[in-house]
Design a protein around this ligand. Structure first.
Ligand code: GTP
Length: 628
């Protein structure tokens, strides 16, 4: 397939606007789904090599042949936590289908996706979805598309993935309106057998370069990469290098390509991936930190960009934006926890991990993530895939302190590391630029929510007669805690929120310590703006009182800012004997009932961590991130 007949594109949409449904429909139209079921499909069928390699098709990246064109649908990680990765994937593409749910109109993520696509120089094809629904309102959506993106009505494709209406227009529009990849060579597309694959002749050196836009770890194959070949040919047997490997100078010897192919969306082994094509590739890469999303690849070391800018971009993207400490439930499981973490990290090299010892909780790990969603997914996987039970501290954001005298800028990843005020010239807090899109009538409520969170309004635009786009700069900590949920609540679900990192701002912050029976529990400490520190301290102490069970002795909880106690709560002692319920002893004859109660108590104990002789449940560690 010659270069003029290749197209690489993404589908961009706000959450739930119908991206997966439309992608499936397009594959069906191109005949890929028949192919998957072993149906007849001429163009690809003769070439088809079915191999049970068990490649996990994590991404919804898929190649289709339609009207004698090779169309590659490239999936991007949609969430802002992965902003850098999204930007890199877009470099493999020349166009974007921008979906707008006709029942909801343009939302914050639609706008963010549009900006990303436009900045990457992509051609945009707007697509209205869900037109079959009775409450669909295409006129309003069209007006917003014109108003916000300046795209005229006649460029918008009307569709319903449910009924199939309008979907036939999409692939012809992709061919007609999007440009082919630059400088792609005219080379035949062919699939081959495994034997032929292994016997492929080597290609000339120093000619290939490309980009990894997704990668994951597979137990059998090692790191599997989805790549876009920018130049030359990627072929079995070829030696290749990656940015991460070259920058880390971990190996001077490259990896070797073991297999390449296309995803349709199931893997189809090919002889080679030619210039302009996207597909999968794996070599003998055992360490996922050496082949990361966003890395350039090349068949020679000097083929890789090693300039400062690249280094800087790499550093910035891998700097965690959210931290949490985790501890094994039972101190003895520490080694097991480490093993699970190490294995999981092979899959996600953007997670940072280092051992940490908490005075209160013992040995654990400080984990760094790109965002809160990233963190939640990771913890979920830790439990699901490894059955590892942990106690995690509330997600915290890093702060900086400019030290008095030396002027040195110190970074505190967790509250316990924040240097005391006496040593500090000024503190800085991380910030976010936020964009909210909502119906006009909620404007007042939205302003109030941001004001309470020390947000600074930076812009308000009318999208049409009924909706506004509101921008703020707000402390990143506030975004982490509950901003999204609160905005949804005060707007009955109508607001959508997007955010991106902004430069840090000087802030009057203080560390609040929490003391349990006179001992400061480092894992419960938190950072707050001085103006709200006392109020938050009281709220956290009250929350702790409500979640910590009475024990056989009195428990005193205090919040302190420096030497000053700002809140005090008391949990009176209680003889905790489950065999006595409401003052009555459970009948001596009913042994199974007694056993059940004891088992229940044991299970209830599971997610607890002892601090001194006080047992703290998981919810105690989240107390500081809960607000009324
Ligand atoms: P995320 O991957 O979660 O962002 O969602 P998505 O954008 O991929 O949306 P998805 O395709 O999962 O669709 C979201 C919901 O809308 C699902 O319940 C779909 O069944 C429904 N949906 C998608 N397209 C249509 C459509 O054309 N008509 C109707 N009635 N429902 C649709």
């Amino acid at each position: 397939i010659p270069r003029e007949r290749m197209r690489n594109f993404v589908i961009a949409a706000h959450v739930d606007h119908g991206k997966s449904s439309l992608a499936d429909k397009l594959l069906e139209i191109a005949g890929n789904l028949e192919l998957a079921e072993g149906g007849e499909r001429q163009v690809l069928d003769d070439l088809k090599v079915e191999r049970e390699r068990g490649i996990t098709v994590k991404a919804r990246t898929a190649s289709m042949v339609f009207d004698d064109h090779l169309l590659n649908l490239v999936d991007t990680p949609g969430h802002v936590d992965f902003d850098y990765e999204v930007k890199r994937s877009l470099q493999a593409c020349q166009g974007a289908l921008l979906l707008v749910d006709s029942t909801q109109g343009v939302q914050a993520q639609t706008l963010a996706n549009y900006n990303l696509a436009r900045d990457a120089g992509l051609q945009i094809i707007p697509v209205l979805t869900k037109l079959d629904l009775s409450h669909s309102d295409p006129a309003t959506s069209l007006e917003q598309i014109e108003q916000v993106f300046g795209i005229p009505e006649d460029e918008v494709i009307w569709t319903s993935a449910k009924t199939g209406e309008g979907c036939d227009e999409i692939l012809p529009a992709v061919i007609k309106r999007l440009p082919p990849p630059p400088d792609a060579q005219a080379l035949p597309l062919q699939a081959i057998t495994a034997e032929e694959n292994a016997a492929s002749p080597p290609v000339a050196k120093h000619t290939m370069s490309g980009l990894i836009f997704d990668s994951w770890y597979d137990r059998y194959m090692g790191v599997v990469c989805l790549v876009y070949v920018e130049k030359g040919t990627l072929q079995v047997g070829q030696e290749f290098f990656t940015d991460s490997q070259a920058l880390g100078q971990k190996r001077s010897q490259g990896f070797q390509v073991q297999e390449v192919g296309m995803l349709v969306p199931q893997p189809m082994v090919c002889s080679a991936l030619r210039q302009g094509q996207v597909g999968f590739m794996f070599g003998n890469i055992k360490d996922s930190s050496l082949a990361r999303v966003g890395d350039a690849i090349s068949d020679h070391l000097d083929g890789l960009t090693q300039d400062e800018e690249t280094l800087e971009a790499r550093k910035v993207r891998s700097t965690p934006k959210v931290y949490a400490s985790i501890f094994p439930l039972d101190g003895g499981d520490f080694d097991e926890l480490r093993k699970s973490l190490e294995r999981l990290l092979l899959n996600d090299s953007s997670v940072a991990m280092r051992p940490e010892t908490s005075g209160a909780l013992g040995n654990g790990f400080l984990m760094g993530f790109l965002g809160k969603l990233h963190m939640e997914v990771f913890f979920q996987r830790l439990e699901d895939e490894f059955g590892t039970e942990i106690i995690a501290t509330a997600p915290a954001v890093p702060y900086w302190a400019d030290m008095r005298g030396t002027g040195e800028r110190v970074r505190a990843d967790i509250p316990a590391q924040l240097p005391p005020k006496e040593m500090v010239e000024q503190y800085l807090e991380p910030m976010a630029h936020t964009t909210v899109i909502a119906p006009i009538e909620y404007m007042g409520e939205i302003f109030r929510v941001f004001k309470e969170r020390r947000g600074v309004q930076t812009g308000v635009d009318h999208m049409d007669e009924t909706r506004v786009v509101i921008k703020h700069d707000v402390p990143w900590q506030e975004v982490i805690v509950d901003l999204h949920d609160v905005l949804k609540t005060v707007t009955s679900g109508f607001a959508s929120l997007e955010y991106e990192e902004a430069p840090p701002r000087v802030a009057d912050i203080t560390k609040v310590d929490i003391l349990v029976n006179g001992n400061a529990v480092d894992a419960l400490a938190f950072v707050a703006h001085r103006s709200v520190a006392a109020r938050r301290g009281r709220a956290v102490a009250q929350k702790l009182r409500s979640v910590i069970a009475r024990q056989q002795f009195e428990i005193v909880i205090q919040a302190a800012s420096g030497p000053k106690i700002i809140a005090r709560e008391r949990i009176p002692p209680f003889r905790k004997d489950v065999l006595t319920k409401s003052g009555k002893t459970v009948g001596g004859g009913d042994m199974s009932r007694k056993r059940k109660l004891l088992e229940k108590q044991k299970a209830g104990k599971k997610k607890m961590k002892s601090v001194g002789n006080v047992e703290l449940p998981q919810s105690a560690f989240y107390a500081m991130n809960e607000r009324d």
